[in-house]
Design a protein around this ligand. Structure first.
Ligand SMILES: Cc1cc2nc3c(=O)[nH]c(=O)nc-3n(C[C@H](O)[C@H](O)[C@H](O)COP(=O)(O)OP(=O)(O)OC[C@H]3O[C@@H](n4cnc5c(N)ncnc54)[C@H](O)[C@@H]3O)c2cc1C
Length: 507
């Protein structure tokens, strides 16, 4: 049986064969090149300092006419609303925004960009737009209208289109007895999250989300719609799984769902004043912890938001939240070393795995924020002291949350047939975030985030998780010396003109 949600008009008949879609041949000004690689010359000309991108603007209407989706150019009435990322404090100003309706639109946009010296930046949930930088010569390709999700129980496979959010996937899987490797926020985009790793509340037992991907439909930078899996375009499949969307614009992902009864999940809250004791107890607990437990310890300063319950509104806590993929009795035993620390509230309870998006209290809608993180190999006493100095009970900080997510288990092991990123070697993933409604607040929160990251640098892992880095960073931050040249070789083959602009580029 199949379960379906979202608009049906974005399915891709024939996506299993390599093809350049006919619609993409529509004539555009300057569309003299028959194939996209030949457009490298146009891209090179556009890179010249005196290239005037405004000369292209009159032709956006022609592109808009051939799209099934919508095009909003700089200067249009809807431009300011259309260019918003999820993080409302990011001021992205692309040459135009396209809300694509399907693969044919994506091909048309790539062809137009190639012929006119522009680049194309795909964006789904828009949660990590910060590192994209200057978009003046870029078309921002929003995929949020391509949000169909289906589940094939006979193969336990989910197919999610490029703009689907984890909440869309959870809605389709609810009541099926299956779960996928969703992140803590239902609002996060499935594709952006998965292409760089994907840390789920089920990851310590089931691995990173990227290693559960079984096939990818993608329009590569050369304008061709392809399917990539273990046997077809296998090298591209390897690169896409970890390469962060540098090789093409994903149209849909297929990935495994797992049979999963209720999990035992929730949070324990302790007074922030007891942060030193709870952090130390948490670190002790995580040594040799059963892989069925995936958790996070957090220093939280909650804002006085009306939608929060009374006991949380405006309060500060140390929280341990997470999920145990086991029956209640086993889970309670596994959680007992935390229970002994005597929380003021224990909200752990049996829960459907598709409800796990509620436990971390991530903001449910677009928010102005600044954040950043660092993967660390250890959490010794000195590191805990640094964290307490910066975010403990005595600290003056703009950070709403400092999270330390526990890694290890299946996250740390190579995945069979895995891609360019198939594991994280660190022991913890730290992340600091604060609300930033004004430029001044953004500067303050960013400075506090940088202080946190710098303080933990002595324990930083050799490679970092791209999705937890919200500033520009060299590709060597994320990829090992053996992986990076291989990713670049695949990019040279499938996006020779360098049309795709990813938030974390390979060079
Ligand atoms: C509140 C919050 C909670 C989070 N929780 C978790 C969590 O639990 N676990 C975790 O691992 N991460 C988590 N993250 C981090 C999250 O995984 C990253 O921010 C991720 O990049 C979000 O994907 P997106 O599609 O929403 O973002 P986007 O900004 O849309 O995408 C990020 C990048 O992915 C690429 N991309 C997106 N769509 C496509 C496409 N169709 N084709 C090719 N490339 C594409 C692009 O390079 C794009 O710049 C969280 C982030 C936030 C803000």
């Amino acid at each position: 049986m199949s379960y379906t949600q979202g608009s049906p008009n974005a399915t891709i008949p024939g996506a299993h064969r390599e093809q350049t879609l006919a619609r993409a041949d529509a004539p555009f000004p300057f569309s003299h090149s028959e194939n996209l690689p030949a457009a490298a010359a146009a891209a090179a000309a556009a890179a010249a300092a005196d290239y005037d991108v405004s000369a292209v603007h009159p032709y956006f209407a022609a592109l808009g006419d051939v799209l099934s989706g919508e095009l909003v150019a700089a200067g249009d009435a809807d431009y300011d609303r259309s260019r918003l990322a999820w993080n409302l404090s990011i001021d992205q100003r692309p040459a135009a925004v396209v809300f694509a309706a399907g693969a044919a639109d994506v091909v048309a946009v790539l062809r137009f960009a190639a012929a006119n010296g522009l680049r194309v930046a795909p964006q789904g949930g828009g949660h990590n737009a910060g590192p994209l930088g200057d978009l003046e010569r870029t078309i921002l390709l929003r995929t949020i209208r391509m949000n169909q999700v289906s589940f094939d129980r006979s193969t336990a496979t989910v197919r999610a289109e490029a703009g689907a959010l984890w909440g869309d996937v959870n809605a389709v899987l609810a009541g099926t007895g299956y779960a996928a490797l969703a992140g803590s926020s239902p609002d996060v985009g499935v594709v952006g999250y998965t292409l760089s790793g994907g840390y789920s509340w089920l990851s310590r037992s089931l691995g990173l989300a990227v290693s559960s991907v079984t096939a990818i439909e993608v329009v590569t930078g050369d304008g061709v719609l392809r399917r990539a899996d273990a046997t077809e375009n296998a090298e591209l499949f390897w690169a896409l799984r970890g390469g962060g969307g540098n090789h093409g614009i994903v149209i849909a992902l297929e990935f495994k769902a797992y049979p999963m009864p209720d999990v035992y999940a929730g949070a324990m809250l302790f007074p922030l004043a007891r942060a030193a004791e709870v952090l130390a107890g948490y670190e002790r607990w995580t040594r040799d912890l059963d892989e069925r437990v995936t958790s996070c310890v957090r220093l939280l300063r909650l804002p006085p938001l009306p939608e929060l319950p009374d006991f949380l509104r405006g309060q500060s806590f140390v929280a341990v939240d997470g999920a145990v993929a086991a029956d209640s009795e086993t889970a309670q035993k596994l959680l007992s070393p935390l229970e002994i620390l005597d929380p003021v509230v224990n909200l752990f309870a049996p829960m459907a795995p598709t409800e796990l998006g509620t436990i971390h209290m991530d903001p449910p809608t677009p928010t102005p924020a600044a954040g950043g993180g660092v993967m660390i190999d250890d959490l010794p006493v000195e590191a805990l002291e640094r964290i307490l100095e910066l975010a403990g009970p005595e600290a003056q900080t703009s950070l709403l949350a400092v999270d330390i997510r526990h890694l290890g288990g299946a996250i740390g092991r190579p995945a069979v047939g895995g891609g360019a990123v198939d594991r994280f070697t660190g022991r913890f993933l730290a992340f600091g975030v604060g609300i930033a409604p004004t430029p001044e607040a953004h500067a303050q929160v960013s400075a506090d985030v940088q202080r946190l990251v710098a303080a933990l640098r002595p324990w930083a892992s050799a490679r970092q998780y791209a999705n937890f880095v919200e500033d520009s960073a060299p590709a060597s931050t994320f990829h090992t010396p053996d992986v990076l040249p291989r990713l670049l070789a695949v990019q040279e083959q499938f996006d020779p003109a360098g049309l795709i602009k990813a938030n974390h580029p390979l060079s």
